[in-house]
Design a protein around this ligand. Structure first.
Ligand code: C5P
Length: 219
């Protein structure tokens, strides 16, 4: 039997993209496979936590050991996250769409011969991590991710403060890194105490290390 340092702890994990409808057949989304978030949910469960994974649309299987709830949009994801507070741990890995279409069409938008393409008017989505970080029932440990293509550490540290997170896992997702959709990840762990650079690891290894770090921080 492996040690269970997170026994008796509850954790909320978000994973995957969100899909924001344009009309019943079209949507806006971010590139996210859900692999890192799902691996983190499994890793926390292995350490004994009671894990609720709230996942956007993904093609990978629900992870072992966690209760997985499926949502489509950022607004749905926020509601399901808030309905699971209080919790001890929140790890927000989902690549949430920053914007949604202000008023999605109820019927498929038809292409009209000779007419200009329709404009899309966007409105801001709720920031789930920031909402949780500032919530009266804020979990003891709030962890966010920062997928950047430049200035990874500066941007990650700004997020730590703005979203009131205890830890930001920052990574470079430039196309040449192969991180997006791939099985490996190279991350920096940003906390108030400093920055720790982890070596190139599989997403499962990142998840196991992160779960161990979370367990250590909760004591
Ligand atoms: O600001 P940015 O999207 O880069 O921040 C990334 C972090 O914030 C991730 O942890 C992501 O899951 C979270 N986030 C969120 N809701 C949003 C946008 C980002 O929870 N609307």
């Amino acid at each position: 039997e492996a040690p269970k340092p997170l026994a008796g702890r509850t954790a909320i994990v978000t994973s995957g993209p969100t899909h924001e409808p344009i009309d019943p057949v079209r949507y806006i989304a971010n590139r996210s496979s859900g692999r890192q978030g799902h691996a983190i949910a499994a890793a926390l469960a292995k350490l004994g936590a009671k894990v609720t994974l709230i996942s956007g649309p993904v093609t990978i299987a629900d992870p072992a050991g966690a209760e997985t709830l499926h949502v489509e949009t950022a607004e749905e994801m926020l509601q399901v996250v808030l309905s699971h507070l209080p919790a001890d741990i929140a790890v927000m890995v989902a690549a949430v769409a920053d914007w949604r279409v202000a008023s999605a069409a109820g019927q498929k938008i038809k292409k009209q011969q000779g007419e200009a393409p329709p404009p899309l008017f966007l409105t801001e989505n709720p920031d789930i991590l920031k909402t949780v970080g500032h919530h009266p029932q804020r979990p003891k440990l709030v962890v966010g991710f920062a997928a950047e293509t430049q200035d990874v550490e500066t941007n990650g540290r700004a997020k730590l403060e703005r979203k009131r997170a205890d830890m930001i896992v920052a990574n470079d997702v430039s196309p040449e890194t192969g991180v997006m959709g791939g099985s490996r990840n190279r991350v920096k762990i940003i906390t108030a105490g400093g920055t720790d650079e982890w070596p190139d690891l599989t997403k499962d290894e990142v998840a196991d290390r992160l779960a161990a770090l979370i367990a250590a921080r909760l004591g």
